[in-house]
Design a binder for this molecule. Structure first.
Ligand code: ZN
Ligand code: ZN
Ligand code: ZN
Ligand code: ZN
Length: 319
């Protein structure tokens, strides 16, 4: 009997152990959960009973760039689309460039060059880049006898009595001024008057005997193909053209006051003023004193500079 009881005890014990083992391995009765690792969106979850522990990890997003989206570095979930480039406009020398990442795009625009003028070198209309030099003045090096204000210089011209005879006196730019305008020289928008006072004096015996004839004309330092119109209008203006920043600009000449025009105490004197109305800053007008003999048979009052500019001509640049 005792032996039977022992075997019953062993059987029950074994069954109890087996039941406990079954509970352990098939249920979570002893809180022996089998948790999976937490993810971005799920907490730890028991694979047997579904019980959860803790919180989801949450996504960890990368920073979006021009070309890369923002995604979770753990699970790859898309968060934001790429930003796209923000291009700054192209310039003459640089292509479009992304303000954020510096990525270039396309080609530089290239310069848009405007031709050189007498005042400016070839210049890009967009960025101001310049190349080379202004156009060479037509009369550069061809005005050897340039006059200075207040400095009398010898002036030889044909005599009054006999144009084959030369007489020599002095010529002086007695005064030179640049003004907006006055009672004689009316102002004009965008222009200024360059006014020169010329003084010629002949005092030798040859002048006394034969008199003297003055002659002058106008020229332009930059261009040779222009001459002042012979005819003055009813207000006394004569027109001519200057080449100003690549454009032909209308200008005017006008005679001013005459101060001396006769014999004064054994001196034959001519003193008078004339002005030219030119765009503000224009420095190309030349007053040219020449021998009257060159002019006397001319059909026009003011000869082109190229007809009278020789090694004797006196030139004053009204700049
Ligand atoms: Zn569980
Ligand atoms: Zn994630
Ligand atoms: Zn970019
Ligand atoms: Zn440019």
């Amino acid at each position: 009997m005792k032996r039977i009881l022992l075997w019953v005890g062993v059987a029950v014990g074994t069954a109890a152990i087996g039941a406990v083992l079954i509970l352990i391995y098939t249920t979570c009765f002893f809180k022996n959960h089998e948790f999976s690792a937490a993810t971005c969106t799920e907490p730890e979850i028991c694979s047997r009973c579904g019980e959860t522990r803790g919180e989801p990890l949450g996504h960890v997003y990368s920073t979006e760039t021009c070309t890369e989206p923002s995604v979770c570095v753990r699970c790859g979930e898309l968060h934001k689309e790429p930003l796209g480039h923000v291009y700054l406009p192209a310039t003459c020398t640089e292509p479009e460039i992304c303000a954020r990442c510096g990525e270039p795009h396309g080609e530089p625009l290239g310069h848009t060059m405007k031709d050189a003028t007498y005042q400016t070198p070839a210049t890009c209309t967009r960025c101001g880049f310049t190349e080379g030099e202004p156009l060479p003045p037509a009369l550069a090096g061809k005005t050897p006898n340039e006059m200075e204000v207040g400095v009398p210089v010898p002036y030889t011209t044909a005599s009054y009595e006999d144009s084959d005879l030369d007489v020599t006196g002095t010529a002086e730019i007695a005064d030179y001024r640049v003004i907006e305008g006055d009672g004689i020289f009316p102002a004009r928008e965008g222009y200024e008057w360059h006014i020169v006072k010329i003084r010629l004096v002949f005092s030798g015996d040859d002048a006394k005997k034969n008199g003297a004839q003055a002659a002058w004309t106008y020229g332009d330092y930059y261009i040779v193909d222009d001459a002042m119109s012979a005819r003055e209008d009813e207000e006394g203006f004569r027109t001519f053209a200057a080449d100003w920043y690549g454009t032909r600009v209308k200008c005017w000449q006008k005679a001013g006051e005459t101060f001396e025009n006769d014999w004064y105490d054994r001196e034959l004197r001519f003193t008078w003023e004339e002005g030219v109305l030119v765009p503000k800053g224009y420095d190309g007008v030349l007053l040219i004193l020449c021998n009257y003999r060159l002019v006397k048979d001319a059909t026009r009052l003011y000869l082109p500079a190229s007809d009278v500019l020789d090694e004797h001509a006196l030139v004053f640049r009204m700049k």
